[in-house]
Design a protein around this ligand. Structure first.
Ligand code: CS2
Ligand code: MN
Length: 388
């Protein structure tokens, strides 16, 4: 397994040297400064690559080469953006970067209602509470139609939840949900999000899937020819939010995507945290069924408190069977004689870094701990397997 950490680039408060000292050999990053849809030039890629090389590591995975909203909606200049995407892929291949992560979630990336959930030891974690989300959707965002999409019980619970919040807590909830895209620190405003949501009013799951398949039928052959591996990130949370279509939530969703464009380059970012938030997803079966198409690993854990709440937990302590996942991944890699890139995904915010300017989920210490634990688990399993 190849050990990586995400770095948001020169604007990241975490330095490359700290990532190196945390034990990572590879960096997962993106050119966040380039507007979505524009071409990543060889010069811009090499500039970032050189920074990483100078710190003694390698840029192993792109996360993400983002997909323009017009591609997701198949409208406007989407054909031009797909051509740009292909050029960026060619440029990345020219620079020797092989794994490209992306997602096909409309408008937002991951959604949490609480970015500062306090664990018993005082460290902080990201949490999603569906009742808080319902309150946000109906009473704070006031999305037209939201009322009709929830059950009476959910609406009552949401009202009671809202009544328990102070004005500041309501503002924080609003801000947490409408966090900008990874690498950006700009939150969406209500006006912005409502107008973006309106763009999706005629796009259901079937249509969004068609648009993804069209995109993949264009870019996956190019990736295949260039020896690149595309890795779609599952939706997080793995269900619809704000009435938006969602198409990468379950094993059945992944199967449809793989069958529609049957090329190895059309692969998965196996994110145990995102998939594991849905108890119906069998993480082990997904490896059994799609092992060949898993090109990148996001290893993290969640605790599903009840049907409404999940929160991020210690990497080896939660509802995901991490030991079994790790063993299966090692067997897969040993059989295929490959070393897949992995990163610990999110980590806790420990007190020592609290108050410092961090991207939520991307503190250094929390991820360092996750990486160290995962490496230890990997080494132990590898040792046991090779001595049996
Ligand atoms: C990441 C995602 O921070 C995270 O949870 O796993 O934001 C991921 O980078 C994107 O969805 C991939 O396109
Ligand atoms: Mn992930």
């Amino acid at each position: 397994m190849q050990h990586n950490m995400r770095w948001f680039g020169p604007q990241d408060a975490v330095n490359l040297i700290d990532i190196k000292q945390a034990g990572a050999t590879g960096i997962v990053t993106a050119l966040h400064q380039i507007p979505v849809g524009e071409i990543w030039t060889v010069e811009a890629i090499q500039e970032r690559q050189n920074l990483i090389k100078a710190a003694g590591m390698e840029w192993t995975v792109v996360e993400s080469l983002p997909v323009h909203e017009e591609i997701k909606r198949a409208c406007g200049d989407f054909k031009k953006y797909i051509e740009n995407y292909k050029i960026s892929l060619r440029n990345l291949a020219q620079c020797g970067i092989e794994v490209i992560t992306y997602n096909f979630m409309p408008i937002l990336d991951w959604v949490r209602t609480d970015h500062d959930y306090s664990n018993a030891d005082g460290s902080k974690a990201l949490l999603y509470n569906h009742i808080a989300f319902v309150y946000f959707d109906i009473h704070l965002l006031k999305r037209p139609n939201a009322e009709n999409e929830y059950t009476n019980e959910q609406k009552e619970q949401a009202l009671a939840f809202g009544a328990s919040l102070s004005t500041e807590e309501k503002e924080l909830l609003f801000k947490n949900v409408l966090l900008g895209l990874p690498g950006s620190k700009i939150n969406f405003t209500a006006e912005q999000i409502l107008s973006l949501l309106d763009n999706y009013k005629d796009i259901d799951d079937t249509k969004l899937r068609e648009n993804l398949i069209y995109f993949l039928s264009e870019v996956a052959p190019v990736a295949e020819e260039l020896g690149l591996k595309l890795a779609i990130h599952p939706d997080d949370p793995p269900f619809s939010v704000m009435g938006l279509p969602r198409i990468v939530c379950t094993e059945a969703d992944i199967k449809k995507i793989f069958e529609a464009v049957p090329l190895n380059a059309n692969g998965l970012c196996y994110c145990t945290g995102s998939l594991g938030a849905d108890p119906n997803n069998d993480l082990l079966k997904i490896i059994d069924d799609f092992g060949d198409r898993i090109h990148f690993l996001h290893l993290r854990n969640v605790i599903r408190e009840d049907e409404n709440i999940f929160r991020e937990s210690e990497h080896l302590n939660g509802d995901n069977p991490m030991e079994a996942v790790m063993e299966k991944l090692i067997v897969l890699m040993n059989n295929k004689k490959v070393s897949l890139p992995m990163r610990p995904d999110h980590g806790f915010l420990h007190s020592v870094e609290d108050g410092k300017d961090k991207y939520p989920g991307y503190s250094l210490i929390g991820r360092l701990k996750g990486l160290a634990e995962l490496r230890g688990l990997e080494m132990g399993i590898q040792y046991t397997l090779s001595h049996n």
